[in-house]
Design a protein around this ligand. Structure first.
Ligand code: COA
Length: 171
């Protein structure tokens, strides 16, 4: 059965969860490899600030039965790509929580929030072409596949599938 989860804003105490997600070779295999440990406190600080300012939605996925635990993360932010400002969604689920529908549920929840909020327009996602579960999430939530695209993630090039969805009509 799928565990019940809630989404909450990232907080200063999430450094350990970030380290587990971003500095681990297996977690980052489809994201260009792990990032250096020494930048994580800074990254959490910036994410907490951007989430508090409502500039980006940076959510931790928390199991409803254990609010001190973290199962993963899902984020929606806006940035410039090829001279165009776009909204992008990204996600990660820690190994012990994977394969139980948590990633898909969290992405759907954030897209429902985006639909209600109205500011984000089309939402883009760029999973690696070999990332079966992430491409599965896009396909089954109603994203359309636009193209294969090389993007820079955490400073490194990565071949991705470019998916997009209009949460107002496609979800
Ligand atoms: C990708 C990731 C977020 C998936 O989260 P998850 O909670 O395990 O995924 P779910 O259980 O919600 O499954 C999502 C879909 O993928 C499918 N799926 C899950 N694992 C799969 C696998 N190993 N191979 C193929 N499909 C798979 C599921 O069946 C589901 O599709 P469906 O609804 O059509 O049945 C998680 O594996 C992860 O964090 N990996 C490492 C980091 C990463 O790659 N992040 C994503 C960057 S875009």
């Amino acid at each position: 059965m799928e565990p019940r989860t809630i989404l909450r804003n990232v907080a200063p105490g999430d450094v350990a969860a970030y380290v587990r997600m971003r500095c681990d070779p297996a977690m980052m295999a489809e994201l260009g490899g792990p990032v250096p440990r020494d930048g994580i406190e800074d990254k959490v600080r910036r994410d907490v600030r951007d989430a508090a300012a409502d500039k980006a939605w940076i959510k931790m996925i928390v199991p409803a039965g254990d609010l001190d635990a973290v199962a993963g993360t899902v984020s929606l932010w806006s940035h410039e790509l090829d001279g165009e400002v776009l909204s992008e969604i990204g996600w990660m689920v820690l190994p012990e929580w994977q394969g139980r529908g948590i990633g898909k549920r969290a992405v759907r929840t954030l897209l429902e929030m985006a639909r209600a909020d109205g500011r984000w327009g089309f939402v883009h996602a760029f999973p690696g072409t070999a990332n079966a579960p992430s491409n599965g999430i896009c396909r089954s939530l109603g994203f359309s596949l636009a193209e294969e695209k090389e993007i820079i993630f955490a400073g490194r090039p990565m071949l991705t599938n470019h998916w997009l969805i209009d949460p107002r009509t496609d979800l």
